[in-house]
Design a protein around this ligand. Sequence first.
Ligand SMILES: [Zn+2]
Length: 205
Amino acid sequence: MGSPKDEAAQNPFSVKATEIPESFHSFETGGPFQKCLVCGIDLVKSGMPYFIEKAFRKYPGYKAFDITYEFAMCFKCAENLRKELSIESQERMKQYMESKIDFEKRRHSMSGLEPGKSLEPWLDHCLVSGEPLQDQNEYVLYGYFQGNNMMVSDFPYAIGPQAMDELTDLLSNKTLGEMDDFMGQYFTGPPEVNELFKPRRPVLL
Ligand SMILES: [Zn+2]
């Protein structure tokens, strides 16, 4: 038997499984995500782990957040996408996250999560800056799942606009181009929306 620390080191996703919270349901269907955005694999039947990314924005004059884009992506497609990113970009993002966040501490406090207990306290602030998201004009939610369960470990978390900007600044032009191609392939936003905000890229950390 290794210590919890050893187990966490061997398996970064050594985890607690919990029901998928509604905040990670599809805005489009109102239910859980069914398919991988890229390969279309059935997320539940395949048993393949998968990620969900949901981006929100608050338009000037409005108090509520609107969904900007959302998708589920199977582990395999996420790995393939990550392989296309430049090594420099990946390394810089990793260093940035490690310098800003004590994942071990966070993992430890998350391991005390009771089944059925709200994940809200983990998702109402930016993972990097700690700022409450309610005061921001945009944020992104990330989660890791398998079948009908959310896997609680380093995920889930939310990232606010300042950290999104800082992460984007770390990416090489090549990586930015690849991410824009990816977004262009799967999502199209109305032009007036794009003028209001900077283009956003999937982070998939
Ligand atoms: Zn896939």
